[in-house]
Design a protein around this ligand. Structure first.
Ligand SMILES: [Zn+2]
Length: 403
């Protein structure tokens, strides 16, 4: 009797369509679903951002919702990041969007970057109130250097931002009542001298951990910041926007020196929803461009993720009509969710491999990620001989860490 592949019982829900990919799916997807459903996320928080995937959040596709935390989602994952700048538009954000309270990590950036760009005022005390009601982990409200200052950040340029941030941190520290909200202290600085200055300025304000954002977000700059955290015995760390393909392997490897080390990114969402850029599943630096600019002659989606098993190329190509219409935003949402799955699959691969140092380094070498390897070796030295000795040994190879 001919086997009906369309109803293979071992496949996860929602896979009865997309006949061309079903034959691949029963092998890979169950383990991928295990990966995405594994206990608590301790790495990556996908970011909610205006104009991103969440434009399509109220829509449905084949009966499924376009999120990753409700029981009507196409796949599940257990973390989310939002900027308080956007989040505070809804006082009951978590309830409203049905974001789980159990076994889920919901992080809020305080919105310093958005606030500085849009020149609006958010009161630190109000941010804390909103965070206590809505999220598990919050970041203190810093006043970050401007992108222009950041191109060549000096200590003198950084200092006024530190003083303004200090006042915000004091208010947040005073207003913070709930034991259920963890607060991480945002530490700015693009070299060791600047990190030290900022760290010392905030030293008497005790928080649960810290958040860093050393720029540019290269593997080396990130390792410099992470090493500084190790030196100061910070156990819970969030790296803002540290998800570049060369940098993320450093962070994944460094998790063994921290209790919780997380990163966030909105790239999957902005690329997918705004530009309809579809990450190729096993070659993430390359992409297909859908929408108006679609010129490819591929006939099928080259992916077996839960989204692509249900969708077709036509679903990804629904045209925008002047402004984003409902259907065009659905297309963008589908691509964003596919991108997210692709990213999660890649991180999971790295997480698994990182337990085997030799295999991990061999892989990084084969991918040409030399600075990534050197940055991990630097952190191993930090763990071994301490931050400043490691810097002394490494300084000859690395430009700009010490002012
Ligand atoms: Zn896919």
């Amino acid at each position: 009797m001919k086997k009906d592949l369309k109803f293979t019982p071992s496949l996860p829900r929602g896979l009865a369509t997309a006949g061309h990919s079903v034959k691949y799916g029963s092998k890979f997807i169950p383990s991928a679903m295990g990966m995405l459903g594994r206990s608590k996320s301790d790495l990556f928080a996908p970011t909610w951002m205006r104009g991103g995937w969440n434009n399509s959040r109220g829509e449905r596709f084949g009966g499924f919702t376009l999120d990753w935390w409700t029981d009507t989602a196409m796949f599940s994952y257990d973390a989310l990041m939002v900027s308080a700048y956007y989040g505070m538009e809804n006082p009951d954000f978590r309830e409203y969007y049905k974001i789980p309270r159990k076994d889920f990590l919901f992080i809020a950036d305080s919105g310093g970057f958005q606030i500085s760009r849009h020149d609006i005022a958010l009161e630190p005390a109000d941010i804390i109130k909103w965070m206590e009601k809505n999220v598990d982990v919050g970041l203190t409200l810093d006043d970050p250097p401007t992108p222009e200052e950041r191109t060549n950040l000096t200590l003198d340029l950084l200092k006024p931002h530190g003083m303004k941030s200090r006042r915000n941190y004091e208010v947040m520290h005073r207003s913070w009542k709930s034991d259920d909200l963890e607060l991480l202290k945002v530490i700015q600085g693009d070299n060791v001298e600047q990190l030290e200055w900022w760290w010392d300025l905030m030293a008497d304000l005790e928080f649960d951990g810290a958040s860093i954002a050393c720029r540019p977000p290269t593997p080396g700059q990130t390792a410099m910041g992470l090493g500084f955290m190790m030196h100061n015995d910070v156990k819970k760390v969030h790296v803002l926007l540290g998800t570049g393909d060369a940098t993320i392997p450093v962070i994944i490897y460094a998790r063994k020196w921290f209790d919780r080390l997380t990163v966030d990114s909105a790239s999957f969402s902005l690329a997918g929803a705004r530009y309809r850029t579809y990450y190729l599943p096993f070659a993430r630096t390359q992409a297909l461009e859908f929408g108006r600019q679609f010129t490819s002659t591929v006939k099928h989606l080259p992916c077996d993720c839960p989204v692509c098993r249900m969708a077709t190329i036509d679903d990804m190509n629904i045209e925008r009509g002047g402004h984003e219409t409902k259907t065009a935003s659905l297309s963008g949402g589908l691509i964003a969710l596919h991108n997210l799955y692709t990213v999660l699959r890649h991180y999971w691969f790295l997480e698994v491999l990182s337990d085997d140092r030799d295999a991990y380094f061999k892989y990084l070498k084969s991918a040409g990620l030399t600075e990534t390897i050197e940055s991990i070796e630097f952190l191993e030295k930090v763990a071994d001989v301490g931050y400043y000795d490691a810097l002394g040994e490494t300084q000859k190879d690395v430009e700009g860490w010490l002012a």
